[in-house]
Structures are given as structure tokens and as C-alpha cells.
Design a protein around this ligand. Sequence first.
Ligand SMILES: CC(C)(COP(=O)(O)OP(=O)(O)OC[C@H]1O[C@@H](n2cnc3c(N)ncnc32)[C@H](O)[C@@H]1OP(=O)(O)O)[C@@H](O)C(=O)NCCC(=O)NCCS
Length: 314
Amino acid sequence: MRFRRSGARNRGPGVAKAAKGAPVPCDDAAVILRPVAPADVERTPSWLSGFVLHRDGWRDQASRAVLAEEDGQLLGVAQAYAGRVHDSRLYLDVRVDPGRRRQGLGTRLVSGLTGLGPDSRPFRARASSGSPAHRFLEALGGVIVQTCPPMEVGVPAALAALGLAPLPDGVRTVPASAVAVADLDQAVVGQYRWQHDGWAPVAEGFERWLLQSAHEADLDASTCAVGPAGDVLALALAYPGDAPLPVLTVETTARRTADGEALVAACALRSLDALRASGIERLTFDGHVSDPHFAPVLSRLPATGDAIVIVDLP
Ligand SMILES: CC(C)(COP(=O)(O)OP(=O)(O)OC[C@H]1O[C@@H](n2cnc3c(N)ncnc32)[C@H](O)[C@@H]1OP(=O)(O)O)[C@@H](O)C(=O)NCCC(=O)NCCS
């Protein structure tokens, strides 16, 4: 297992080379950094609410967790792990007791993860643009991979903005529930793979994990654009039960697709309509600025919310 963070400022001596399980000294002698032990996951200070704390190595050798404490009081935690769908980066999450922020603890925790063992993969994290988390990632030397624009929409306003969304000749939109499961699965996998090509390559065997989450979509509210030969050309997947907002994803199933923007608009329109019929008034799209057909459609909608930065710590 390897963690190496050239961009992370190391504010304390000795944070980078601790043996697994050994306390890591900091410049503030009272603060100890150490791997999260099984018993630590029961610790639930209010500032940790919503953060699922794992023991170090919870999933595999690439899943690492470190904590900072002082006189037995938990001050902060950091975790990193390789995703099952994307494993070329290690997803990073850090949280520090609000009363102890801006004292270098977050930086130390990231360095502490680095010290748990070698791994050449960069960390990757998401943050609202301009937020403290974004500033923190910047201070660690983070490089923005992409900035995704706001994606929250009122459903009626989005429907009005899309208008009629005409389809190319011979193409129709149908509920995803009308498409054979094998064809739908193939469309999901193909769409996801090309969308992430280059900036977030998929892991070997990602299909199983991707489909597990895609199968949570509401197939009546999800939409396929089906071509004259019966092939799925574009796909919108709707997750009406997601919190804090229902989620809609939409793109073509191949990068080079004729009339891709029109197909995406038509799929979005049908899914938005179906969701509104089930009482949903507001949702968020989940896409990327690098999605060549979705991004221009999104730009036509009155979207609000935070822009999201995806950041690598190389
Ligand atoms: C983001 C977070 C982990 C930072 O922890 P921290 O212990 O305050 O971080 P550090 O003290 O090591 O900050 C290092 C640098 O990051 C930047 N930074 C951190 N918080 C900042 C803020 N609120 N505003 C502007 N810059 C900030 C600064 O450059 C800071 O250096 P400085 O204090 O010398 O100016 C903490 O604010 C937190 O837990 N936030 C809630 C959870 C979260 O958003 N996690 C981020 C997931 S990646």
C-alpha cells in the first residue's frame, strides 16, 4: 500500500514514516496521529456526524484511515480508499473538529495517511467551488481536474426550458423499463465507460459495481432513446429516492453519436416529465462539464447550486 503526497505540507516532524499501528508524533507534542483502530469506529463526536469512520485497512490494503487525538479527545480524521468503479485515484475525505480548524490538523492528517504506507496513486476529492474544503485542497497543492457547473433544477422550469426537444427521424424515447435488461445493462456500461475515459478511467471489473448502483434507478422514470434498429442511443437514469435531492443522469451511450445533444435533451425531457408526474418538483443532475452532449443541454437550463471542483493531489 502506498501513499505519497508531494503537495501536502508537512507541518510536523516525523509524520511521514510511521510503522503501521504506531502513533505518529506531531510538532504539537500533545497531538497524536495514529491509524484508526476497530474500537475507534464507535466514537461519535457530534462534529463527525454523517462521516462513516472506518478502521484502518477496512476494505483492503488501499483503504487507510488515520485520526488525530489529544489526551484521548478525537480532533480529526482522514480516510482514503480505492473505488471499485474507479481505482486509479484514492478517494480522500478529511474532517476536523470545527473548534480546532486552521491549526494545521487537516494537513497533518493527510500527511499521516501518506505515512501509513507507500502508494503512488494521487488522492482525489470533490468540494464546492470556493468552499473551505476547496481552499484546503488548494493549499495541499491540489490540481483541478474539472469544475462542474451547478446542476440543481426546478422540474417545471427545466421542462419549460427544454421545450419540445424534437428527436431525429426514426428515434423514439421509451421508459427504460421497456428495454430488455441485457440491452439496458450494456447501455449503462458503455455510457459510463466513455464518459469517464481519460480523466477517471474505470477499474477492471467495474461493471458489477456500476450495475449494482444503476439497478437502483427507477426504470419507469428512466428513459432510453432507441434508434431504428432498436439500439439504445442515449440513456437517462432517474434516482427519485436519492437524498438530499432526486438525481438524474443523462448522456449518449457512445461518444460519437449523431444528434447527441438532441437525444440527451429528449431523454431528459421524458424523465423530467415522469418525475414531475410522481410529484418531484426539484432535482439535481449528476454529470460533468466534460460530457459533450449533456453539458450544452444543462447550459440551457436555469440551474442553481454550487459548482463542484474535482481535485487531484498529485
Ligand atoms: C477542510 C478541513 C478538513 C480543513 O482542516 P484544517 O485542520 O482547518 O486544515 P489546515 O489547518 O491544515 O489548513 C491548511 C490550509 O488550508 C487552507 N484552508 C483551510 N481551511 C480554510 C478556510 N476555511 N478558508 C480558507 N482557507 C482554508 C488554508 O490555506 C490553510 O492554511 P492556513 O491556515 O495557514 O491559511 C476542515 O475545514 C473540515 O473538516 N471541514 C469540513 C469537512 C470537509 O469539508 N472536508 C474536506 C474534504 S477533502
